[in-house]
Write a protein that binds this ligand. Structure first.
Ligand SMILES: *[C@@H]1O[C@H](CO)[C@@H](O)[C@H](O)[C@H]1NC(C)=O
Ligand SMILES: *[C@@H]1O[C@H](CO)[C@@H](O)[C@H](O)[C@H]1NC(C)=O
Ligand SMILES: *[C@@H]1O[C@H](CO)[C@@H](O)[C@H](O)[C@H]1NC(C)=O
Length: 363
């Protein structure tokens, strides 16, 4: 056993050594790339420190995403060691940022102060996200936990707000309520333009908590979403929920939304079918009524670009009301636009938003 282990360690050292030999001398002395997190130092032995590309690892305590680093670098960049990696030569470093802190590492988490305890205070919590290097084009946020106060009786986020905005000046997305399990993408400007996440809480009578994973996607990453897709679903089939969608009845729809949920077209698939598990966007949720077209759907609606298999178009693309009949389209790229205005008129009752399943259709 012991012999096998030392053999494995030797092999790891050899693999790491090969990487270093291949790195150009410029990159080894470039302290800027060291600062921006392109490389991580592993202190293999007191006299031997090697710089390697960041390698992902899983934290020992809860499988959070971490980056393999030396214990010293982990501390230096504000992370916490949680388990080991590289056969014990490195630590699995998890970056968990609190209000007011700046994210400088890939796969960092944003949490409320005192997480996992909840926050009851009036607060204005801001995180700055800096690109780990110039070749980052997009951010993905995964809301592992995202529980804020819900909207008021006009669907407006007037108590708590979550705002995600690029320093390049993209339109901010503002949501509130319960959004655990949801995700968002944001395109970043070129150069070193980063982003901001702002969570404002204005009452002392709700308990909130959040833990958000921030992934930095390189410009040539296959995981990158197409431009202007706030959400991106990549499976053959899945479920798209509106923000703050909840299983129980009640007014959960959010006002002032305008975004696109995109679905990656899988190879060999030409169409897509949408089926709703729940749909109430306008009118009275208790009184099922399917509405469509520009005249009936003016304020709150979803828009699905329509096209039949033969290329003809004979159906409107806007859907609203309190029921959605199945929608099939062959228009590409597959996308679903969500529009709500800034109020909830009195004939709209208990709009919950939507939970829509999609399935791609083979060619
Ligand atoms: C971490 O993931 C492994 C494999 O998926 C699983 O067996 C283990 O129970 C997980 N541990 C925790 C603490 O979630
Ligand atoms: C909580 O506080 C907000 C603002 O201070 C107020 O509008 C709301 O009615 C309160 N809710 C409860 C349940 O007390
Ligand atoms: C960040 O980590 C993800 C994996 O979690 C990886 O796909 C991506 O390339 C990394 N980004 C950078 C800039 O290295």
């Amino acid at each position: 056993m012991a012999a096998t282990k030392s053999l494995m360690m030797m092999m790891v050292v050899m693999v790491v050594a090969v990487k270093v030999v291949m790195a150009s001398p410029a990159s080894l002395t470039d302290s800027a790339s060291e600062r921006d997190g392109k490389f991580l130092n592993l202190n293999l032995l007191p006299f031997l420190s090697l710089r390697v590309d960041p390698v992902a690892c899983s934290a020992r305590s809860d499988n959070s995403s971490g980056t393999c680093a030396s214990a010293g670098d982990c501390r230096k960049y504000g992370g916490k060691a949680d388990g080991s990696c590289f056969s014990g030569f490195g630590v699995c470093c998890v970056y968990q940022m609190k209000c007011g802190q700046t994210v400088r590492a890939n796969n960092s988490y944003l949490v409320n102060d005192d997480y996992p305890q909840t926050l009851m205070d009036i607060d204005n919590c801001q995180y700055t996200i800096q690109k780990v290097n110039d070749d980052v084009c997009q951010l993905r946020l995964d809301f592992e936990t995202m529980e804020l106060a819900g909207p008021d009786d006009k669907s407006i986020c007037s108590i708590d707000t979550f705002t995600f905005v690029g320093t390049a000046g993209a339109n901010p997305t503002v949501i509130c309520g319960d959004n655990s399990g949801q995700h968002m993408y944001l395109d970043l400007g070129s150069g070193n333009g980063g982003a901001r996440v702002n969570i404002a809480t204005t009452s002392t009578n709700s308990s909130r908590s959040w833990r958000i994973k921030v992934t930095q996607l390189p410009c040539d990453s296959p995981s990158k979403a197409p431009a202007n897709c706030l959400q991106y679903y990549t499976d053959y089939s899945g479920t798209i929920n509106s923000f703050n969608y909840q299983d129980e009845e009640g007014l959960h729809q959010l006002a002032s939304q305008s975004y696109t949920a995109c679905i990656r077209t899988r190879e060999g698939f030409c169409g897509i079918k949408y089926m709703s598990d729940h749909f109430s966007i306008s009118e009275d949720a208790a009184n099922e009524q399917a509405k469509k077209g520009d005249n009936d759907c003016k304020d709150d609606f979803i828009l699905v670009p329509r096209q039949n298999k033969d290329g003809t178009v004979d159906e409107p693309d806007r859907y609203c009301g309190s029921k959605l009949d199945d929608v099939t389209t062959y228009s590409k790229p597959f996308e679903l636009r969500v529009i709500t205005n800034n109020e909830e008129p009195s004939n709209d009752k208990n709009n919950r938003g939507f939970s829509i399943r999609y399935t791609q259709i083979p060619c």
